[in-house]
Design a protein around this ligand. Structure first.
Ligand code: ADP
Length: 443
């Protein structure tokens, strides 16, 4: 392991409109993922760390070396070539006229390693990235994914203190990206910052995640914790979760007259600003008028007993298993019963409140239905804003509250889904977590 601990606070004023001001730390040998919307400042951060962009304030400390420090740090900045940092972007930038082996050996030779030793180390690194026989070839004879592996070998062969990976998988097809992801995970043996737009990369490669939005860190912490408790709409979209802001009333989330029960995070009190977080696949969608009677009591009695043909649609992930305390969510597709013949997915008997304490909230005045059922699910009417195609079907975005629902393609035709159409939504309390509006900062 060659990595050094990174401790950086980087302030870069790019323009009158945009200033990056973020702190990033990584322990020696740790891989930290950085995510953020386009224009958030991720590339600027990497450029500042690598020394290709000056910083206006802050410091960059790597191991026991101060690379840049203090206001006006530009004047005292260590040259990029002497920082012990390599930046690997989407473009492998191999030397076309050199063999693959010489490409990997290049940095070693530049630092004075003898030719034979450099060749031997290059061969070793090529084997580590899964290209043991490619040394004699030219870059142009390799696929894009193979070229990226060579670029990774070249970067790591130089034994840097810190590797910066800027979307290294973004231009590759999914299979190739998957192979390279595995290679990166196995080969990274130094401190690394990985900028990525894919949650799967953050989960696979890093233990910690820093989210940057509009030049600031909006959330950070262990990757799983960040995704489990998204602090902003952007993080919720990364995690593939619905996140709606409201107020805790009578133990339920409430906004705009809509009430959603769920597992309430400890320490929350009535009247607190909260978010309800749930997977889009856990929401059932049906025609707004499919069970007009339902407004008066379809949900009575706990688990919804829907008459055949009423047509509630969900993507099949309706029942979500929550591992207690850990905050991890996994979609359990097992408990959806297909109603014979109709081809419609409707909630089966498995759709019940299982987490203790979810149902123990006080009934508010004007609640619909009777018995325990009123707290087993949130049900409301909403208008469709837009439809978004997904691999599994369609994601239906609705307004007030802004909730996405995953439904199979058939549901679009069956329910005449389009912008403006009113639909009835239902989410079981077992799928919902009610969290503070701002996640507790991580130490
Ligand atoms: P990201 O990598 O997260 O997409 P960038 O760091 O590329 O974001 O950009 C952050 C902001 O800085 C954007 O508003 C962008 O237009 C601006 N910016 C990036 N590079 C420069 C530059 N060389 N000069 C001036 N503005 C820049």
């Amino acid at each position: 392991m060659t990595g050094a601990a990174l401790d950086a606070r980087v302030v870069v004023q790019r323009s009158a409109e945009f200033t990056l001001s973020v702190g990033v730390r990584a322990a020696a040998g740790e891989t930290v993922a950085v995510m953020g919307p386009s224009g958030a400042g991720k590339s600027t951060l990497l450029a500042a760390l690598a020394g290709f962009a000056g910083i206006d304030d802050g410091h960059i400390r790597l191991g026991d070396r101060d690379l840049v420090s203090g206001p006006g740090g530009r004047a005292r900045a260590v040259d990029p070539a002497h920082r012990g940092i390599v930046l690997l972007g989407q473009d492998p930038r191999l030397f076309p006229h050199l063999s693959v082996s010489d490409n990997v050996a290049f940095g070693l030779r530049a630092h004075g390693t003898h030719r034979h030793a450099a060749r031997a180390q290059a061969a070793e690194w090529l084997a580590r990235v899964g290209l043991p026989d490619a040394g004699g070839r030219r870059p142009s004879e390799l696929s894009g994914g193979e070229q990226q592996r060579v670029a990774l070998a070249r970067a790591l062969a130089a034994r840097p203190s810190l590797v910066l990976l800027d979307e290294p998988l973004v231009s590759l097809d999914p299979d190739t990206a998957d192979g390279l992801r595995t290679v990166i995970r196995a080969a990274l043996d130094c401190t690394a910052i990985v900028v990525t737009h894919a949650a799967v990369d953050a989960l696979a490669l890093a233990r910690r995640l820093v989210v940057i939005e509009d030049g600031r860190v909006s959330q950070e912490g262990p990757v799983r914790d960040v995704f489990a408790a998204p602090g902003t709409p952007f993080v919720a979209s990364l995690a593939g979760l619905d996140r709606v802001e409201g107020t805790l009333r009578g133990g339920r989330w409430e906004a705009d007259g809509v009430r959603i029960p769920g597992a309430v995070a400890p320490g929350l009190r009535d009247g607190d600003a909260v978010v309800a977080v749930f997977p889009p696949g856990a929401v059932q969608l049906s025609a707004a008028d499919a069970d007009a009677a339902g407004v008066g009591g379809v949900d009575a009695g706990g688990d919804e007993a829907r008459s055949a043909g009423a047509g509630a649609w969900s993507a099949g992930a309706g029942d979500v298993a929550r591992s207690a305390g850990a905050g991890a969510w996994s979609a359990g597709a097992g408990d959806v019963a297909r109603s014979a013949g109709a081809g419609a997915w409707s909630a089966g008997a498995g759709d019940v409140v299982r987490s203790a304490g979810v149902g123990d909230v006080g009934a508010g005045a004007g609640d619909v239905g009777a018995g325990a059922g009123e707290h087993a699910a949130g049900t409301w009417i909403a208008r469709v804003r837009r439809l978004e195609p997904t691999l599994a079907g369609v994601r239906v975005h609705t307004a007030a509250p802004a909730v996405a629902v995953d439904v199979p393609l058939e549901a679009v035709a069956a329910l005449g889904l389009e912008a403006g159409v009113a639909v009835r939504l239902r989410v079981a309390a077992s799928a919902v977590r009610i969290l503070p509006i701002a996640p507790a900062p991580h130490p």
